[in-house]
Write a protein of this length. Structure first.
Length: 665
């Protein structure tokens, strides 16, 4: 209560010409009242409880102890009389500020107050400056832009409305900013700090803190210690700083940095940026298109819903894209990545990675190192890069490339395109119609099911068509080509190749050099090409042409057609009614069983009909002809031929030239 107007009226009366005899006594009383009124602060100690009240003025209140250990209270620079009270006898302190901008300082309340249990400070309205004691204070700053320092002890501080600055100091503090744009610092200790409404700045300080930004766009720094941080709604900037932190962005587009230590961070809703920093971190993007960077350490990253970008950075990381079209980079280290749903792009980076596309049309690159890649469902594009890689397309029409290293590539379901690249690779097409290219190196290429197109490439390769009507080229090198089931088209290419059509009606071109060909079962068409080839028709009615070189040609079972081609060939029709032509060169033809037709062609050939009723034509050159068993028809053709007939001539028909007849006479 203010007494100034009343005091002023008393002064005017004292200054009047007429004074009563007791005027001096009245002046002394008025001056005493004036001193107490100007303080505008009352203080009392009742039952060991110090209570200090300020009126509506902006007061400066200081509480402490003098050198003798007695309680002291000053207000606006003047001492407030509370009587001789030992500070050690005070159990509780209650300070009530005014509606003005008060300054309340209890920093002098220290160990001298040995029995002090509680300190309660209410700043009242307006912008107050409050400093707590060395023990645990309960401070309510009230409305206005307040500045509060908790001091030592475990403090409970509420900033109230207004833009407040609060420092908890030492101890385990509980700080609430309430409404307004607040700056809150927990200080050392295990603190709980909540920003409240509006855009707050929160620093947990040292120690394991629990920090909440609440609504609006907050900035939260955990400081040292294992902190728990919740940004709440709004676009928050959250930094765990040192040690092992647990960070949740909440709603909004948040920027999260775990800092050093093994952190757990989740962006939750919104388009978030989450960085783990150093340490072994667990990062989750949540809903929205998030960006996650694990940093150094063995990290576990999960994008969640949305089109996310994940980077493992250093060391051995586990990355999961989740739903959406994700971009995943393992970077350095032995990483494990799974794209999940959506059309994902996955790059393992360096070292030995395990990469899985999940559902969707994924692009997977192993990079350097020995990688394992699986496309799973969808039309996937897999590239192994350098190293010994194992890639599988699984479901869908996949494009698989091993590139450098001895790779194992498998298409599985779908119409796949597979390329081995450099070195010695193993390619398996799997189901459906695949295109396989071995590339450089000594490759194993197998089409498996479906109508496959296979080019084994350079090197000494092994190529197998599997079931289906396959097209296979051995390419350069000494290759082994097997058509297996189906009507296959096989080419040995350059090199000394071994080609086997297996079952089915196959078309085989052995290519250049000295090749070995077996048509297998079925009606096959075989061309030896250049070089000294060995051709076997196998079962079925086959057509075999030696082409260039000294070829060895055998028809086996079935009614076969054999043509030696250029150079000196050996042809054996085998069982069945065969047609055998020697072509150019000194050829040897044998019909064997069956009713065969043999034509020696150019040069001096040797023809042996074998069993059956054979038709033998020596044609050009000085031929040697043996009919053997059966009713044979023999024509020596031009040249000086030698004809041998087994038994009498009763069943034989022999046609001789004039020169040959003259020789007989």
């Amino acid at each position: 209560m203010h007494l100034t107007p009343w005091i002023q009226s008393i002064r005017e009366r004292l200054d009047a010409p007429k004074r009563r005899s007791n005027g001096n006594r009245i002046r002394d009383a008025v001056e005493s009242l004036e001193d107490r009124a100007l303080l505008a602060v009352t203080a009392s100690v009742v039952a060991d409880v110090l209570t200090v009240d300020s009126d509506v003025a902006a007061d400066n209140i200081v509480i402490g102890a003098d050198g003798g250990g007695l309680l002291t209270v000053t207000a606006n620079g003047a001492a407030v009389d509370v009587g001789p009270v030992n500070a050690s006898d005070v159990d509780s302190i209650v300070v009530n500020g005014s509606d003005g901008a008060d300054t309340i300082d209890l920093s002098g309340v220290d160990a001298t107050f040995s029995d002090l249990d509680t300190v309660t400070i209410d700043g009242g309205n307006d912008g107050d400056i409050i400093t707590g004691s060395s023990i645990g204070d309960n401070i309510t700053a009230g409305s206005g832009d307040d500045n509060v320092t908790g001091g030592g002890g475990n403090d409970a501080i509420v900033g109230g409305s207004g833009n407040d600055t609060v420092a908890g100091g030492d101890g385990n503090d509980n700080i609430t900013g309430d409404s307004g744009t607040d700056n809150l610092d927990g200080g050392s200790g295990t603190d709980t700090v909540a920003g409240g409404d509006d855009a707050d700045s929160i620093d947990g300080g040292s120690g394991p803190d629990n920090l909440t930004g609440d609504s609006s766009n907050d900035t939260v720094n955990g400081g040292d210690g294992n902190d728990t941080i919740d940004g709440g709604s709004g676009d928050d900037a959250l930094n765990g700083d040192g040690d092992n932190d647990n960070i949740t962005g909440g709603d909004g587009n948040d920027n999260i940095d775990g800092g050093s230590g093994n952190d757990t961070a989740s962006g939750d809703d919104g388009t978030d940026t989450v960085g783990g920093g150093t340490g072994d971190d667990v990062l989750t993007g949540g809903i929205g298109n998030d960006q996650l960077d694990g940093g150094d350490g063995n990290d576990n990253l999960s994008g969640g819903d949305g089109d996310d970008a994940l980077s493992g950075d250093g060391d051995n990381d586990t990355l999961t894209g989740g739903d959406g079209a994700d971009n995943i980079a393992g970077d350095a280290g032995d990483d494990s990545a799974n794209g999940g749903l959506g059309d994902d792009v996955i790059d393992g980076g360096s070292e030995n990675d395990i990469l899985e596309g999940g559902e969707g049309n994924d692009t997977i690159t192993g990079g350097t190192g020995d990688d394992i890649g699986r496309g799973n469902a969808g039309d996937d594009n897999l590239t192994g890069g350098d190293g010994v890689d194992r890639l599988a397309g699984n479901g869908g029409n996949d494009n698989i490339s091993g590139e450098g290293g001895d790779d194992r590539l498998q298409g599985n379901d779908g119409n796949d395109t597979i390329s081995g690249g450099a070195d010695n690779d193993r390619l398996i097409g799997g189901n459906d119609d695949d295109v396989l290219t071995g590339g450089d190196g000594d490759d194993l290429v197998a089409g498996s099911r479906g109508d496959d197109d296979i080019d084994a490439g350079t090197g000494n390769d092994r190529a197998f068509g599997g079931s289906g009507n396959d097209t296979i080229s051995g390419g350069d090198g000494n290759d082994r080509v097997v058509g297996q089931l189906g009507d296959d088209n096989l080419t040995g290419g350059s090199g000394n190749d071994t080609v086997n059509g297996s079952s089915g009606n196959d078309t085989i071109d052995a290519g250049s050099n000295d090749d070995s060909v077996n048509g297998g079962n079925g009606d096959d068409v075989i061309v030896g090409g250049t070089g000294n080839d060995t051709l076997a028709g196998g079962g079925g009615n086959d057509s075999l042409t030696g082409d260039d070189g000294n070829d060895l040609i055998a028809g086996s079972t079935g009614s076969d057609t054999l043509v030696g081609g250029i150079d000196n060939d050996t042809l054996n029709g085998g069982r069945g009614n065969d047609i055998i032509g020697g072509g150019a060169g000194l050829d040897r033809l044998r019909g064997n069983a069956g009713n065969d037709t043999l034509a020696g062609g150019d040069d001096a050939d040797k023809l042996l009909g074998g069993g059956g009723n054979d038709k033998i034509l020596g044609e050009d050159g000085d031929d040697t002809i043996r009919g053997q068993g059966g009713a044979d028809t023999i024509s020596g053709g031009s040249g000086n031929d030698r004809i041998f007939v087994q038994g009498d001539l009763q069943d034989e028909t022999v046609t001789l030239t004039a020169t040959e007849l003259a020789a007989l006479s």
